[in-house]
Design a protein around this ligand. Structure first.
Ligand SMILES: [Zn+2]
Ligand SMILES: [Zn+2]
Length: 257
């Protein structure tokens, strides 16, 4: 009898868990519930500075914007990699800018996960476009892309992937005109509270060691794995690469036109 009760109890838990998970997945814009593991809230996430002078004020702004969250803060620290190869550091985000070439993308967020936890991330801002293109070399484009890529490293997905509808007023929204999309909005902070509601038994933050990163040349779209999500106009915007043993690499892309 006790065994049966245990069994029923287990099932009830399973149903509650999976239905609340399903509700969350519907009502939110996290990407699969991936998150930094931590033992207390609010937690601090370090953002390594590997960017050119043109980007500093935008990283400072994005860091202070995301730090408005009730569950987390971000700190800009000295970077631990060279901008050109932008190698990840376990337990933090490395933010890099460099001329990565005319390969079609403005910005990338690469995020490594182990089971449901984020272990390390990089943000790359492509100066081959930002420094040269009259379209993208604007404060609005720089602010919007910086804010969005850092947002992905926190566990957020886009709120909207249609470039041509009216802007939602968040950097997690695609728009041909980013003027109104330079900062997070209330719903982003709300979503972060959902993602980081629970605590974990151990932390994936501040590990400061190198981990295997799989394919090292992540500038090329062919290295990102399979496309798992597409924008309204049919471009792949999220890629997933299976690294084995429940380790994955996710790549979020902002393409040029
Ligand atoms: Zn967790
Ligand atoms: Zn994005």
């Amino acid at each position: 009898m006790a065994k049966i009760m245990k069994f029923i109890g287990f099932f009830a838990l399973l149903v509650i868990f999976s239905s609340s998970f399903a509700n969350r997945a519907e009502a939110n814009h996290s990407w699969g519930g991936y998150h930094w593991a931590r033992t207390a809230n609010p937690f601090n996430l370090n953002l390594g500075n590997n960017i050119s002078r043109n980007w500093i004020s935008f990283l400072t702004q994005a860091s202070s914007d995301w730090s408005q969250s009730a569950v987390l803060g971000t700190s800009v620290i000295k970077g631990a990699t060279r901008p050109a190869n932008c190698r990840p550091t376990n337990g933090q985000v490395e933010v890099c800018s460099s001329k990565y070439g005319q390969n079609g993308w403005l910005g990338l967020a690469s995020i490594w996960t182990s089971s449901e936890h984020i272990t390390q991330a990089t943000v790359k801002l492509n100066d081959s476009y930002f420094d040269r293109s009259s379209v993208y070399n604007t404060p609005a484009w720089r602010a919007s892309v910086m804010c969005q890529e850092v947002g992905h490293t926190l566990g957020l997905d886009h709120q909207d992937e249609d470039f041509y509808n009216s802007p939602l007023g968040t950097c997690m929204d695609y728009s041909v005109d980013p003027t109104l999309n330079q900062h997070p909005n209330f719903h982003d902070y709300e979503e972060l509270e959902n993602i980081y509601l629970h605590l974990d038994p151990a932390s994936t933050l501040n590990q400061l060691t190198r981990r295997a990163v799989g394919n090292n040349n992540l500038d090329e779209p062919t290295a990102w794995g399979k496309a798992v999500k597409f924008s309204k106009n049919g471009k792949p915007v999220v890629f997933e690469q299976d690294l084995g043993s429940e380790n994955k690499l996710f790549t979020f892309v902002v393409w040029t036109d």
